[in-house]
Design a protein around this ligand. Structure first.
Ligand SMILES: *Cc1c(COP(=O)(O)O)cnc(C)c1O
Length: 447
């Protein structure tokens, strides 16, 4: 079965969900695969492309998740497929630290050029987002010769031991997996919808509180890095109000702290800028990237000030597979697609369609407490009507309704009460509107 952009862009349900062939595979899965891995949608995939996923029973499903913000360029995008095929046929692996190849250097050049700031930059490549975060911490500690790492409530940075310590939410990410790495300090997050007091003062009050806590509880001179997602992903698409990120970055600069933007989820055009911190002209010292970087192949990067990136001893960074030639070829194809197809503009357009439509639904359905996000990273936070009490049951009900109607949606949020939308940036507009109609039907069905 071949997928990619030419796959018919339609929503089509021909069996119940899951269909008979998916059911057989789900049984095999249950016998063979660890029960520790969850499933959002109980189907098995046979092909995908543009804005749809085709399952083994012939159902064509609108993809509002993009594999968690990964296939922003669409599944099996033409440039990605072509580059990967050529690379696989030429050579598959030498290990960049053993015998280097051009693709790795080209991806680093692109990252250095595309990330904010016109200072001298360098990059290093790895396999996963968590691995990029681990390495950003290693680099920041080597550069500053300090230990402490500052992270935020509702933050998510991965599932390895150090990144579990950096991640806020216990269940399911950390529960029963400790003890965790030390010298990680969690600060309050500027979360306007849930700020105690007026949301108008959220940026200023949150910033004051964070800076006080850093000074009094850790000591600014002990902090190696402040690490924050410019829009929090797993935490529920929390957009810090204007001023919070620039305030943190200024404080970091003043105290010799490395300011790290974790753009693993927000990066590569997702929010309507190449990187989300551009929205407030914040220039991070280091940026971590992964998810949307390579059209679905496993690749991640740390990019930043040359003097910071070069402060590590030779041989201190690396890994067997990091920056695989195949993943680098895919990244070069994905970046070309983002530029050729103006996916930054398309992400903005998706936001221009979704935000007003969902805001209108908020007026009709009081179960929606908040609508937020930027570009093609949009969420609704669901509450018990008339309160701000989290309503995870409504998220489950809507998710299930959408699945039966052939729309894949993802949940998020510390309280499990956020529906998040991360469509591929190449999503056809009519399909996006159709998905919004189904979401509205799901909301109406709750009443
Ligand atoms: C997904 C994510 C990670 C972890 O990436 P993996 O590739 O799953 O290890 C880290 N940070 C953020 C912001 C993420 O969204």
């Amino acid at each position: 079965m071949s997928g990619g952009p030419t796959l018919p862009q339609v929503r089509r349900i021909v069996t119940e969900i899951p269909g008979p062939k998916s059911r057989v595979l789900l049984e095999r899965r249950a016998k063979a695969v660890s029960a520790g891995l969850g499933t959002t949608m109980p189907i098995f995939v046979s092909a995908a492309g543009g804005g749809v996923i085709l399952d083994v029973d012939g159902n064509s499903i609108i993809d509002m998740g993009a594999g968690i913000a990964v296939v922003s360029v669409g599944n099996s995008a033409d440039h990605v497929v072509k580059n990967v095929q050529e690379q696989v046929a030429a050579f598959t692996h030498t290990c960049f630290m053993v015998a280097p190849y051009e693709g790795y250097v080209e991806v680093c050049e692109s990252l250095n050029e595309l990330t904010p700031g016109d200072h001298a930059k360098k990059s290093a490549l790895f396999n996963s987002g968590a691995e990029a975060l681990e390495n950003a911490v290693k680099i920041a500690r080597a550069y500053t010769k300090r230990d402490a790492i500052v992270v935020f409530e509702h933050g998510y940075h991965g599932r390895t031991n150090l990144t579990m310590a950096m991640t806020a939410k216990s269940m399911p990410y950390k529960h029963s997996f400790g003890p965790f790495a030390s010298e990680v300090y969690r600060m309050p997050m500027a979360y306007p919808y849930r700020w105690i007091g007026s949301s108008d003062n959220c940026a200023e009050e949150a910033l004051n509180e964070v800076l006080q806590k850093i000074e009094k509880e850790i000591g600014a001179e002990n902090v190696a890095a402040i690490i924050i997602e410019p829009i929090q992903g797993e935490g529920g698409f929390i957009v810090p109000p204007k001023g919070f990120l620039p305030g943190l970055a200024a404080f970091a600069k003043e105290h010799g702290i490395v300011f790290v933007a974790d753009e693993v989820q927000t990066g590569f055009a997702r929010t309507g800028d190449m990187f989300a911190c551009e929205d407030e002209q914040v220039i991070p010292d280091l940026i971590t990237t992964a998810k949307g970087i390579a059209g679905g192949l496993p690749l991640s990067g740390v990019t930043g000030r040359a003097e910071i990136m070069d402060s590590v001893h030779v041989g201190g960074l690396g890994g067997t597979f990091g920056g695989s030639p195949i993943a680098c070829a895919a990244a070069i194809g994905a970046i070309k697609t983002i530029q050729e197809e103006n996916l930054i503009g398309k992400a903005r357009r998706i936001g221009e369609i979704m935000l007003p439509a969902l805001t209108e639904m908020k007026r009709k359905y009081p179960v929606i407490g908040d609508v937020r996000g930027r570009g093609a990273m949009i969420a609704i936070e669901l509450v018990l009507p008339g309160t701000k009490d989290p309503n995870p049951a409504a998220v489950s009900a809507i998710t299930k309704f959408c699945q039966q109607e052939g729309v894949l949606v993802l949940s998020a949020g510390t309280y499990g009460n956020v529906l998040r939308f991360l469509p591929p940036l190449v999503m056809p507009e009519d399909l996006l509107l159709e998905a919004l109609e189904i979401i509205e039907k799901a909301l109406a069905s709750l009443a």
